[in-house]
Design a protein around this ligand. Structure first.
Ligand code: NDP
Length: 291
């Protein structure tokens, strides 16, 4: 292992994620200084070769590149506001989860202080950092992304979305929307079959290949949406997509119908507007225009 003398990195926040990010840097030979509000979280990193700063200010002064991996937007300001002067002239990569508006606010705050700012969204859990499947989304300073890309790539595949600092967060949350609604759909299925004596594990065995195969539909939906024509032949129509059977079966099983009823409402609004013969992707029009 060699120490790269060209990149002094500091990581603020050694929760599960901050520790994973810092560990990847240390193992790759970057001179890494770490800081955490509460003591006792840096022991493993110290043993691996990291320097441990007593204060956030000491950590910032030790790094040309500062990584903030704190709880939320408020904690980032709480830690960094008093360190504005120390941060001036340095690069701040904020991997803390924030909303797009909060990311833009931090970007503006950084610009006023002469801090180069790159925002990030992490599409991974700590155990995935540095492993296949880990992906991080970035937006903000293109110069910072280009300069530090080899370092950022240590954590996972790095994708840059442009100089609007809010875009990484927007993508992050949009991807999470897809994930959580899919999880809710899976759990609805688990609840449906449970009264029939089917375990969640047995259902998961069936659901995993099914849902994986269904992700193959995304590009087809995307082509219809981008083309702006929901009448293209070969699509499953909205009338055909009616969820009445699924709702009735769920009610018969004595479970909540809320998850499926949400989808049925989106479909029904388009049918009521006279689009029943058009493709399923048209429910995006219900989503884009709140009822
Ligand atoms: P943890 O809860 O494990 O750690 C939170 C960290 O923030 C700790 O270091 C904590 O310090 C610090 N912190 C909280 N409030 C303050 C404060 N007011 N001042 C100073 N430090 C503070 O969270 P994670 O490490 O898992 O997550 C960190 C960020 O990464 C979050 O924004 C999260 O959304 C994001 N993320 C996490 C993922 C995950 O799977 N874990 C996945 C994707 C993103 P202390 O030890 O003193 O409490």
């Amino acid at each position: 292992m060699t120490t790269h003398d060209h990149a002094q990195v500091s990581v603020l926040g050694l929760g599960a994620m901050g520790s994973a990010l810092a560990g990847a840097l240390v193992r790759a030979g970057y001179a890494t200084t770490v800081w955490n509000r509460s003591p006792g979280k840096a022991d493993d990193l110290l043993a691996q070769g990291a320097s441990v700063a007593a204060t956030a200010g000491d950590a910032v002064r030790a790094g040309e590149l500062v990584i903030a991996c704190l709880l939320d937007h408020a904690s980032v300001h709480e830690v960094l506001d008093p360190l504005c002067e120390e941060l001036t002239g340095r690069t701040l990569v904020n991997v803390t989860t924030t909303s797009p508006a909060q990311a833009r606010e931090l970007s503006d705050w950084a610009a006023r202080a002469g801090i180069t700012y790159l925002d990030a969204g992490i599409m991974a859990v700590p155990q995935m950092i540095g492993r296949p499947g880990s992906s991080l989304l970035y937006s903000g300073s293109a110069a910072a992304f280009d300069q530090y890309k080899p370092l950022l790539d240590l954590w996972g595949a790095s994708t840059y979305f442009g100089d609007d600092a809010g875009l990484a967060s927007l993508y992050d949350l949009a991807l999470l929307a897809g994930m959580y609604v899919m999880f809710a759909g899976f759990l609805h299925g688990v609840a449906m079959v449970a009264p029939a004596g089917v375990t969640a594990g047995e259902f998961a065995t069936m659901a995993t290949p099914w849902l994986t195969a269904m992700t193959g539909s995304f590009q087809g939906f995307a082509a219809v949406i981008d083309g702006g024509d929901y009448t293209v032949e070969g699509q499953q129509s909205l009338v055909f997509s009616d969820q009445s059977d699924l709702l009735a079966a769920s009610a018969d099983q004595g479970i909540s119908t809320e998850v499926v009823a949400m989808l049925q409402r989106l479909i029904q609004r388009q049918i009521d507007a006279g689009h029943g013969a058009e493709g399923f992707a048209r429910i995006i029009e219900s989503i884009k225009q709140p009822g």
